[in-house]
Design a protein around this ligand. Sequence first.
Ligand code: ADP
Ligand code: MG
Length: 723
Amino acid sequence: MMLRFRMVEAALNHRAVEVKAPGARPSDYFGEKVFGRNVMRKYLDKPTYEALLNTMDNGTPLSSELADSVAAGMRQWALDNGADHYTHWFQPLTGSTAEKHDSFSDPDGKGMVIETFSGKVLAQQEPDASSFPNGGIRNTFEARGYSAWDPTSPAFIVDTTLCIPTVFISYTGEALDYKVPLLRSISAVDKAATEVCRYFDKSVNSVHTYLGWEQEFFLVDESLWAARPDLMLTGRTLMGHESAKNQQLEDHYFGAIPARVINFMKELEYESHKLGIPLKTRHNEVAPNQFEVAPVYEEANLANDHNQLLMTIMDKIARHHNFRVLLHEKPFKGINGSGKHNNWSLGTDTGVNLFGPGKTASENLQFITFLVNVMAAVYRHNGLLKAAIMSATNAHRLGANEAPPAIISTFLGTQISSVLDKLERSKGDNTIRFDAKSVLKMSGVAQIPSILLDNTDRNRTSPFAFTGNRFEFRAVGASDNCAEAIITLCSATAQQLTLFKQEVDAKIESGIKKEKAIYEVLKRLIKECKNIHFDGNGYSDEWKEEAARRGLDCETSAPLLFDRYLTPETIKMFAEVGVYNKVEIEARTEVKWETYTKKIQIEARVLGDITMNHILPVASKYESILLDKAYKMKELGLKFESDLELIRNIQKSSATLQKLVTDMVEARKVANRIEDQRQRAIAYHDTVAGYLDDIRTLIDNLEEVIDDQLWPLPKYRELLFIK
Ligand code: ADP
Ligand code: MG
């Protein structure tokens, strides 16, 4: 009998599932694998503990003696918790995390080993980083890369390895990772926002950035996954006819989670909680086999580390349940893709959410100030923000029908929109009274009600929506490192707030009262950045036309969008806020082009192989069966026209397929000869990528007519419905 799927012995090599003790509550085990504050207090002496807290909270450098004491405590805790190795855990520009494990044991010179781990090893290492993407930085400068401890994100144990979150930089200090610029941008927005906050409240000393991500993903059965070279090698299906039933009935969203998936989710939650990831929500998503998990929001650096960690552990845990996790933004054609909403907000050390409407006039003017400045920042850098979340994989999602459009706009909802309208149209300064005790008074507008904290007013088609007490950047891809989006948002906002403050201060110096000065600048900004505000249907064709008229960035080609990183405005902005220097931006953009090219190149190779090695041989086999039949029918004098028609159809598709694959190889060769990374990526986008769609269409047509018994790869209907 024909065996369509090579079965994989999926579970063989995987460690036994660690199950939660019956009756155990998250509060019993939450954070038990984290070197958090509680544990530190136990494992560190008082001066070390206090010095470390000072480093974590205020960035005060830690002396090497104290680093040694921290390392000793951390090692003891790790050994007590079954760890035998340690690693610097960092986020290179590959998009995944990197780790190299070293054993705690060292020869003691007397034929035995002892467990060692010094402050020096904790604080800094020199991984052999020559094969991480660096966009040429490490050729131009120094071939070494350093990883250095980030004390603001706690160490944790995965399996039996102590993982120390680190930054990754070049010898000359250029960022080679996502964490360095993220920390820089968080500090830039802290500085700029704190200064603006002090117009309203002198007791504010710092502003924190918060991130709550919502991670979407697909699960597929591991043995079916293993029979699809495209899923295995590219993370998405490069061919496959739509299933007769997919998401039309809308019966999956928030539906009952299948038992097998629930078991996976439970283990994922248990492991996440032990690692201190505060997962809270789990549900079915819109497409079949699509799910989402979300934690409670945290400080952005930690939240991002947690997202990176989650993506790693969910892949491991899925295998315990004979699943594979697909984080690709568009694994299946014809059904929804996966994103990662980034819920983003700023909050003061005094506990005020700057994107949350307040109760007093002062709080509300502060709220409007931050809201309008974010809009102005997003307006000025809308092309860059789109570039920040664009990739070869997310390109399939942006602009496709279910996902955010490939145009950045902000949604505000009816209440906030009307407040801004009235503010803009109001005349004179008596329309708003700035009085700490009274409410925000604008002509015709009562206090901005705190009901806005509810998510009553929603628009799912907006890529950047204000949702009551935060902005939700929805265009971020499921597989992305959130840092890129947050870096860009924080940097652009920091720049805008600084400009705002300069302008307000100049007015104050010229004798205008503070409140009036703020009010005047806000009015001007509201007028100026109006074009970014759009509350309508972001999926409609009319919006595309209107957005173009409004001068918003409508580019959809990923390689061309990456140019936004290199415009004079972008370079100036990143330099002003101290997040990237020009060398770093250029290097990163090189990496983006290079990665784009490589992704398309791999897809083209895989689809070429599938066509030649799987599809055409099967088409040919089926053709010869039909030919044999037709020949025999002819012998018997029976009609065989319909068979001939099918044969011609298969023959024609096969011939075209063969030609397309040859042409695609040729287009690749031409593109590969281009030296310049940008030009090569453009060539891949403009010439090679198109073949992928054309080839797919023909294969999908063949799938419809060829005997199911012969078809060599699992079909959508088999991949997509976990029971
Ligand atoms: P949905 O958008 O699907 O309605 P939720 O309301 O549950 O989802 O929130 C999604 C994410 O937004 C969660 O991670 C939540 O913690 C986070 N979030 C809520 N308030 C804020 C805030 N002020 N700043 C940042 N993230 C927030
Ligand atoms: Mg959301």
